[in-house]
Design a protein around this ligand. Structure first.
Ligand code: DQQ
Length: 580
């Protein structure tokens, strides 16, 4: 994020830093009053994505209330119907039978009542017993952005798409009591049932610099009472947005409904930190007696902790898909270009490809992977096996559309001996800084090797996604994964955000293999390292490496020879986005 996380001893400085950040992932949505109701006259195609979800025009942010109901996937999302910057927020609504092809409907929830007159902000869906969906969302009731929690229900439950939603007059359901900060009180989760038969939800908040997820419970989903102690809180993390709380199965492949609170499970607590604009999670236990979440001992809680994605990915929300017994995660990727460009483009923001989430067999982290349905978009294919990448090699992956592709590659190497030493003075929580120093062109021992995505032929522009392996102690290795946007575009305007996003990969290198999958789509590169242990998303705006002028290469700038054991790359087709 461009500031030294290692030097954040005192909070005021932390908050000062976050306020000073001036990039694509700024704290809280910036309000551009002069732009927020200027409708896009034309919509620019350049940099629009082919197979990522985006509306025909204007601004989008958080995915809201994803659910599967009667054979249909619903995706709601924060949307500005009037302009290409944040403002005038409604819940836009799209439906799909396969999470890939979408039909766009009218906005489902929009400001119309005193309890949401100034905005319909994020929230979640719960399917109540008897197959009754209900949405909880945050309503903004005044110009000071006072927040309350409301509900909405389908007008006609037998409408297969649930097009119309009603907001009954007994709203709001929950208002902040005097102990709750009423302007940091939002984003209710999907509800789960406690052992006492009462529903529970958690809501993001803060008390001074302490991030909090408040807990509320209810017998009938209408009358909610605050549980005295929050579900979880962490000092020094600032405002928590879009919390998510759900079980994951410890063994096996079947994931679980949010109301499964006991058994062979762990719980995941995800928070979106307003100050850094990243989504962090811990694994732990839900103490159902005390109604508290307790992270596992070795978990780092807060802004040094595990992230769903080490790049541009925020305000995510998961849901249980009973059709395939899986948990699916949606995340939003903001633009990284200057806001004036968004106004000119007439659009801003995409939803990333939905990902399945499961517990890593090591029990210490989650694994994320694009939903299998994405594979139906795979077109022309290129296949390599046993190809050597010697030092300084760069080999073009030809025969597919490099601007819109899905690439899966497994790299192997004979020995770990050439791994560079990991300098103990480097900050283990700041992979991004390390990636910025040791980019894809700085020669190493074992790496850097990986892919050059959205590259121009003469490399004036490219976004490398790569690994670099360091030796820490005797037989311990540190694997750095980078998705480096610093050379992604010749455009060099002020406020064009080109970070060297990076994360470490907790992977066992005994078999001397590392895999990488990258989803490339014009202005987004979404990458999954080591089968989804570390994920990084970059938004980039090439000026030369666009459409048919984009190239894709495999490269190695380390002294150790790397072998591509297998590489499968596909051109990706456009899904159907109907009623655009
Ligand atoms: N976006 C919504 C809020 C949420 C934030 C407003 C996160 O409800 O806290 O558009 O991006």
């Amino acid at each position: 994020m461009g500031f030294e996380k290692s030097f954040l001893p005192a909070l005021p400085f932390f908050f000062l830093c976050s306020l000073l950040l001036n990039n694509g992932v700024e704290a809280s949505h910036k309000v551009y009053v002069h732009l927020q109701s200027i409708s896009a006259e034309t919509v620019k195609d350049l940099h629009r994505t082919g197979y990522h979800f985006q509306p025909t025009k204007h601004w989008i942010n958080d995915p809201n209330g994803p659910m599967y109901f009667n054979g249909v996937y619903h995706l709601f999302y924060q949307y500005n119907p009037k302009g290409a910057v944040w403002g005038n927020i409604v819940w836009a609504h799209s439906v799909s039978k396969d999470l890939i092809n979408w039909e766009r409907l009218e906005p489902a929830i929009f400001p119309s009542k005193p309890f949401d007159k100034y905005g319909c902000w994020s929230g979640s869906a719960t399917v109540l017993p008897g197959n009754k969906p209900v949405i909880l969302y945050s309503g903004i009731i005044d110009e000071n952005k006072t927040q309350v929690q409301n509900y909405a229900v389908p007008e006609n439950i037998s409408d297969p798409y649930l097009v119309k939603w009603n907001k009954p007059d007994n709203n709001p359901l929950i208002v902040a009591d005097k102990h709750v900060n009423k302007t940091a009180f939002r984003d209710p989760t999907t509800a789960w049932l406690g052992k006492d038969g009462q529903w529970r939800i958690t809501i993001g908040s803060r008390k001074k610099e302490k991030g909090i997820s408040l807990l509320y419970k209810s017998k009938d989903f209408m009358k909610w009472t605050k549980v005295k102690k929050p579900l979880h809180s962490v000092q020094g993390t600032g405002n928590w947005e879009c919390p998510d709380f759900f079980p994951v199965s410890k063994h096996g492949t079947k994931e679980l409904d949010t109301s499964v609170i006991e058994g062979d499970i762990k719980h995941v607590m995800k928070i979106s930190l307003d100050a850094t604009r990243y989504d962090y999670y811990t694994l732990g236990t839900y103490d159902t007696e005390k109604d508290r979440y307790i992270p596992d001992k070795d978990m780092v809680d807060g802004w040094k902790g595990l992230r769903y994605d080490y790049g541009n990915f925020y305000a995510s929300k998961s849901f249980f898909d009973p059709a395939k017994n899986r948990r699916i995660l949606w995340g939003w990727a903001n633009e990284s270009d200057p806001v004036d460009d968004d106004a000119r483009k007439g659009w801003a923001g995409i939803q990333l490809i939905p990902r399945t989430i499961v517990l890593d067999p090591n029990g210490k982290q989650l694994l994320q992977w694009p939903v299998e349905e994405l594979e139906t978009l795979r077109g022309k294919k290129v296949e390599w096996s046993d190809k050597k990448l010697e030092k300084n090699d760069r080999i073009q992956i030809e025969g597919i559309s490099a601007a819109q592709a899905d690439v899966e590659v497994t790299f192997t190497f004979k020995s770990l001996d050439k791994a560079e030493p990991f300098d103990p003075s480097w900050d283990r929580y700041d992979a991004e800084k390390l990636c910025g120093q040791k980019g894809s062109t700085v020669q190493g021992g074992l790496g850097p090797f990986g892919l050059l995505t959205l590259a121009s032929e003469n490399l004036e522009e490219y976004t490398p996604v790569f690994f670099r392996i360091f030796q820490d102690k005797e037989d311990k290795y540190v694997v750095l994964m980078c998705s480096d946007a610093s050379k992604s575009s010749l455009e060099d305007k002020e406020n064009m955000y080109k970070p060297s996003f990076a994360g470490f990969v907790d992977v066992d290198l005994t078999d001397k293999k590392l895999s990488l999958r990258s989803l490339i789509d014009h202005s987004v590169v979404e990458s999954f390292g080591a089968k989804g242990k570390t994920c990084i998303t970059s938004r980039v705006y090439p000026t030369i490496a666009k459409y048919t002028h984009a190239h894709l290469y495999a490269f190695n700038n380390g002294t150790e020879t790397i072998e591509i054991e297998s590489l499968n790359a596909w051109s990706m087709k456009n899904p159907q986005l109907m009623n655009q």
